[in-house]
Design a protein around this ligand. Structure first.
Ligand code: COA
Length: 293
């Protein structure tokens, strides 16, 4: 192998970074799950990063040719970092991955205790990388998508409403119970609410039965969280919440498809999604390492 130079992305190489990720991520054996598929998805993932990608990403070049990238994002509030990659096109995959890894580690802010990786289950290189660096597996996740043409509408009953602060405590309690330790806190979701982020609530008087937090990106929508209190399940609340969010996301003419991820073993949620026309596109595997000390 010729000498590989590793350099920070910086603002000037953003287009090259996006094009490389989009091209490589098309192949399941190279796919890193955070980025989605296509340049628009890659750009919107990068735009959401807390650490600006120009600072968080490093590029590996061999004889002026881009052969690999690896980046990091982190949220000090929840103490977690996401390792975005590695994506490498080279026979010395693991060696270049390690060099990039050593370069991006110092970018992670102090106080971060958890590091996550997330790739297509067919990405053998990232799986081996995770194993060598002792990242425990968190199991498999299915990625579902729904094309506009395949959307099977369901009626929405009256008890679905937009978020109101009076339900915040119940919402926070339910979110922490259903999704402990996840990537957005209840407060973070509420703070994000705007023209592109909605939080639907299913209520019965003062009682919160369930919620659905979803968002629209440039060409797609995303179901972030949907949950129904265990005492209210099996009565159509999940259908109503999902229908409200899907109708809202597809009301944006730019939304061509809606994506979501779900635990590969969560049969009840998967059958809910299939009722609306969602299909499983990909199975991914996540890894999370908790740092000691
Ligand atoms: C998934 C969840 C939101 C469904 O909510 P719900 O209000 O019980 O769902 P509904 O009563 O509207 O049921 C809708 C469909 O979901 C599926 N479903 C719901 N519960 C199910 C179960 N126990 N087993 C199999 N399918 C089930 C069925 O397809 C059902 O349609 P059907 O009644 O015509 O068969 C709820 O179980 C939940 O909050 N689970 C915990 C959080 C979670 O896993 N969220 C999804 C993570 S991405």
């Amino acid at each position: 192998m010729d000498k590989v130079n590793i350099i920070p992305c910086g603002p000037d190489r953003m287009d090259e970074l996006v094009a490389f990720i989009a091209r490589m991520n098309d192949d399941p054996a190279q796919h890193v799950a955070y980025f989605g598929v296509g340049e628009a998805d890659v750009r919107s993932t990068l735009a959401e990063a807390v650490i600006p990608p120009a600072d968080g990403f490093y590029l590996a070049y061999e004889n002026e040719k881009l052969v690999g990238i690896f980046g990091v994002d982190a949220d000090p509030e929840i103490g977690r970092a996401w390792l975005l990659g590695p994506i490498i096109e080279h026979d010395a995959w693991q060696q270049i991955a390690d060099e990039l890894f050593n370069t991006i580690l110092p970018v992670i802010p102090a106080g971060i205790r958890e590091h996550e990786l997330f790739c297509d289950a067919k990405n053998v290189n990232v799986r081996q990388f995770a194993e060598r660096h002792q990242f425990p597996s968190r199991g498999e996740t299915a990625i579902f998508s729904l094309e506009r043409d395949a959307y099977n509408r369901h009626p929405i009953p009256a008890h679905i409403q937009n978020f109101q602060e009076s339900y915040f405590n119940s919402f926070e309690r339910l979110h922490n119970e259903l999704f402990p330790n996840t990537y957005y806190t209840a407060r973070q979701m509420v703070e994000k609410l705007d023209d592109h982020h909605r939080l639907f609530l299913a209520t019965d008087g003062d009682k919160l039965l369930g919620y659905h937090f979803c968002k629209t990106e440039s060409e797609s929508g995303y179901v972030d969280f949907i949950g129904v209190d265990s005492s209210a399940r099996g009565r159509g609340v999940g259908v109503s919440l999902l229908a409200s969010g899907l109708d809202w996301m597809f009301a944006a003419p730019t939304t061509t498809r809606i994506n979501l991820t779900v635990n590969a073993e969560n049969d009840s949620a998967q059958s809910l999604y299939k009722k609306f026309g969602f299909v499983c596109e990909r199975v991914t595997i996540g890894f999370r390492k908790t740092l000691q000390g």
